[in-house]
Design a protein around this ligand. Structure first.
Ligand SMILES: [Zn+2]
Length: 463
């Protein structure tokens, strides 16, 4: 209740200030979310500090155009960044729909994600408030950042970190390391595996990087029997995962590995996005490919994947990137698709393959640990990856000290064609040409022949 009173007080103050300074359009809003069990939409009721005929929002217009259905005569403008009202009014409602497919827009947070059990909906906070700010309340019970809220509570304010808001009922479990809210439609084996996997991965990352996330993470997991695949994203202090399709209903090794690698990727973002920030203008591959490579290394270290599977992951990113359109790394990334992930991960594997720790093989997590450890500013860039990789690759006795570093620099800076760097740096990167009789799973082998793969697996330990 205190939160509500404080929120109202603050909204009134904001309103008073705006009336004095910019009366025409700076509007703060109280947005009240209502979710009814079984419904496909969430109702967002807007109560404004004063009557207006235009309510403006900062960005995200495309998302509103695809998911907002205003009522009470309101409509969106052509780019989705303003609501237009027929006459000045202080309140109106908008139905918030889920995207046709979760993750329909690449690297854009889905506005509404429904629980498969029909009892809960996740609403992304960032799209709701107008430029003038305000706060979001729930007309139904809900959960935000692991905390349960009663009906009527204020759950999010304009300056709070972006998050998903769960409206309705979710089963929330609290542990010392994390809180998790689950859709009761999730297959039982998924719930059991999540328990194990989240615990092990959080522990591994915390140990490897010597720090915990700033706040205890909140994980929300939903299940949608329609569609296929999975979708997840990370916000400060929270990760949300959505499993889609009936293939998740049956437990098998493939699904279990997919769940673990998806989880390991998103949880890693709690460190590379939550604790350290990528510097402006840096390529996305550093962030996303770096997270993929870290995740697969983590799965191997925590026993969720065998040495062979880890080797195949590395081989597939390398050959995946080699076969992507484009001559240099930058060309390949510009080609779109999943190249941020495949090529980015490949660069991390190559950087790790040329390094070692007292004669032992290292992996992407070691490079990340070095990058995190050496930066006071809590930010990182491609130059930091190159620097820590060069440091790991240092063999004082060798006459070719400069070579591996130069190859990696030329690869990452796109000053040489991808294939040329790989061919010339074969030795430095521990690469070899795949032979026709080499043992490989058929799916990997089909893409591999004639390509270079990372070869350092002889030193890998399993577990
Ligand atoms: Zn990611």
């Amino acid at each position: 209740m205190n939160g509500l009173v404080a929120g109202l007080g603050r909204a009134l103050m904001i309103a008073v200030i705006y009336v004095v300074t910019t009366p025409a359009f700076a509007q703060s809003a109280q947005v009240t979310l209502t979710f009814k069990a079984g419904s496909a939409t969430v109702d967002a009721r807007f109560d404004l500090s004063e009557a207006v005929d235009v309510l403006r929002f900062a960005g995200n217009g495309e998302v509103r155009l695809k998911s907002w259905v205003p009522s009470d005569g309101a409509r969106l403008n052509s780019d989705g960044t303003a609501l237009l009202l027929p006459t000045p009014q202080k309140s109106f409602s908008v139905q918030l729909k889920a995207f046709e497919r979760d993750g329909m827009l690449d690297r854009v947070y889905s506005p509404v994600v429904l629980f498969g059990d029909g009892r809960g909906a996740q609403i992304y906070s960032e799209y709701l408030l107008p430029k003038g700010g305000g706060f979001v309340s729930l007309a139904t019970p809900g959960v935000v950042l692991g905390r349960s809220f009663a009906k009527g509570a204020t759950v999010w304010r304009a300056n709070d970190a972006a998050t998903y808001i769960v409206a309705g009922v979710g089963y929330t479990k609290t542990t010392t390391a994390y809180d998790i809210t689950l859709d009761s439609a999730l297959p039982r084996w998924v719930v059991q595996s999540l328990d194990q996997q989240v615990k092990a991965l959080m522990h591994l990352y915390t140990r490897k990087f010597g720090s915990r996330p700033q706040r205890k993470p909140w994980i929300v997991v939903s299940f949608n029997p329609a569609g296929s695949g999975f979708r997840g994203d990370t916000n400060p202090g929270m990760v949300r995962l959505n499993l889609m399709g009936q293939s998740w209903e049956v437990e098998n090794e493939g699904q279990s590995y997919q769940l673990a690698s998806f989880l390991a990727h998103e949880l890693f973002h709690l460190w590379n996005a939550g604790l350290w920030n990528m510097q402006h203008q840096e390529p996305i591959w550093l962030y996303e490919g770096g997270a993929d490579a870290a995740a697969h290394h983590a799965l191997n270290l925590s026993g969720f994947s065998s040495a062979e599977r880890y080797r195949n992951e590395r081989a597939s990113s390398l050959t995946g990137c080699s076969s992507a359109n484009g001559v240099t790394l930058a060309n390949k990334i510009a080609g779109g698709g999943r190249t941020h992930y495949t090529c980015g991960a490949a660069v991390f594997y190559l950087a790790a393959a040329m390094g070692e720790d007292n004669g032992d093989a290292i992996g992407p997590l070691d490079l990340w640990a070095d990058m995190f450890a050496s930066h006071q500013t809590r930010s990182y860039a491609t130059a930091d990856l190159l620097r820590v990789a060069a440091k790991r690759a240092l063999h004082p006795a060798s006459a070719t000290v400069a070579t591996p570093r130069r190859y990696l620099d030329e690869l990452a800076e796109s000053t040489l064609p991808w294939r040329d760097v790989l061919a010339q740096g074969q030795q430095a990167f521990q690469l070899h040409q795949v032979k026709p009789d080499e043992a490989m799973p058929p799916a990997v082998a089909a893409n591999l022949l004639g390509q270079l793969v990372i070869d350092k697996f002889a030193h890998d330990c399993d577990g």
